[in-house]
Design a protein around this ligand. Structure first.
Ligand SMILES: C[S@@+](CC[C@H](N)C(=O)[O-])C[C@H]1O[C@@H](n2cnc3c(N)ncnc32)[C@H](O)[C@@H]1O
Length: 253
C-alpha cells in the first residue's frame, strides 16, 4: 500500500510502534476523547469514517454511538491492532481497511461523519486529505480534525523536536493554518475546542533518539522560554511535556 518514500517512513514507524501506541493509556485519555466525540456529534443512525485510525482507539470509542464505523489506515500493523481492540471490546459494527487518507477508496457522500485524530502532522499535504474527507462526507455531514497545533512562534522548534522523536513527522499546522484548510475544501466551521495532553518523553521515542531529544529538552527547559511550546519540565520519572491539541469541526454544506 505504501507508495511514496514518506509513506514508507510512516509504515516503518507505525509498524514498530503499533503495539506500544495501542497500549499507551494517554492515547485513550477520557477528556480528549469526550471532546472529540462531542465535536463529531454522532447519532445512532450514522455511518462514521475514522481516517488514519491507527489501532482503532477513536473508532472503538465511537462505535457504541453510531450505526457503523469504518476505520482506514496506511499501516497494516495498526489495522491488526484495531481488529484486536474491536474483538476485545465485543463490538460488531466496525470494518477496517488498509488505505491512504489522500486517496480514500470510498464513493462520494458515503459517510455522515468523517474524522481523523493525530494524523494531519504526518501527512505532507493535509489539504489533500481534508479534500478527500470532505468528498466522502455527505452534504450536511460533519468533518472533524483533531491534532496538535503549535503557535506560529513555536512551530519550527516544535517540528524539529517532533521530527527527532518520530521521523515520520511532516509538519504540525498552527490552529489558523488548520482552520484555513476548511473553506478551501468548501467546509463551514462549526466548532473549535482544545485539550492538553500530558506525556512522558520516555514512553514516546525510540531509545536511539533519546540522548538527542533529552539534550533538546534540557536546553529548552534551561532557557525558561518554552521555545518548543510544550511546557517541558523535569520530574522524578523523566521529562514531561504537553501536546497542545485542537479540535476543529466543520459541516459540509
Ligand atoms: C499518531 S497515529 C494516530 C492513530 C489514531 N488516529 C489515533 O488517534 O489513535 C497516526 C496514524 O496515521 C497513519 N497515517 C499516516 N499517514 C497516513 C495516510 N496518508 N493515510 C492513512 N493513514 C496514515 C499512521 O499509519 C498511524 O496509524
Amino acid at each position: 500500500m505504501a507508495g511514496t518514500a514518506h509513506d514508507t517512513k510512516i509504515v516503518d514507524q507505525f509498524t514498530r510502534w503499533a503495539q506500544p501506541f495501542a497500549d499507551l493509556a494517554v492515547h485513550s485519555d477520557a477528556d480528549g476523547m469526550a471532546r472529540a466525540l462531542a465535536a463529531a456529534a454522532i447519532t445512532p443512525d450514522m455511518a462514521v469514517l475514522d481516517v488514519a485510525c491507527g489501532p482503532g482507539i477513536v473508532a472503538c470509542a465511537a462505535a457504541p454511538l453510531a450505526r457503523h464505523i469504518t476505520g482506514i489506515d496506511l499501516t497494516p500493523a495498526m489495522i491488526d491492532q484495531a481488529h484486536e481492540r474491536q474483538r476485545n471490546a465485543g463490538l460488531d459494527n466496525i470494518t477496517w481497511q488498509v488505505g491512504d487518507a489522500t486517496h480514500l477508496p470510498f464513493e462520494d457522500g458515503r459517510f455522515d461523519v468523517v474524522l481523523t485524530r493525530y494524523s494531519f502532522h504526518h501527512i505532507p499535504d493535509p489539504g489533500a486529505a481534508l479534500r478527500e474527507m470532505t468528498r466522502v462526507c455527505r452534504p450536511g455531514g460533519r468533518v472533524v480534525v483533531i491534532d496538535a497545533t503549535p503557535t506560529a512562534e513555536t512551530q519550527a522548534a516544535y517540528d524539529r523536536m517532533e521530527t527527532l522523536r518520530d521521523p515520520s513527522h511532516a509538519s504540525a499546522l498552527t490552529l489558523d493554518q488548520l482552520r484555513a484548510l476548511g473553506p478551501m475544501s468548501g467546509l463551514i466551521e462549526q466548532k473549535i475546542d482544545f485539550y492538553r495532553l500530558e506525556v512522558l518523553l520516555d514512553t514516546l521515542a525510540d531509545a536511539e533518539n533519546m540522548t538527542a531529544l533529552t539534550d533538546l529538552f534540557d536546553t529548552d527547559i534551561a532557557s525558561g522560554e518554552d521555545r518548543i511550546g510544550v511546557a517541558a519540565r523535569h520530574t522524578a520519572d523523566g521529562i514531561h511535556f504537553v501536546f497542545p491539541v485542537s479540535i476543529v469541526a466543520w459541516d459540509r454544506p
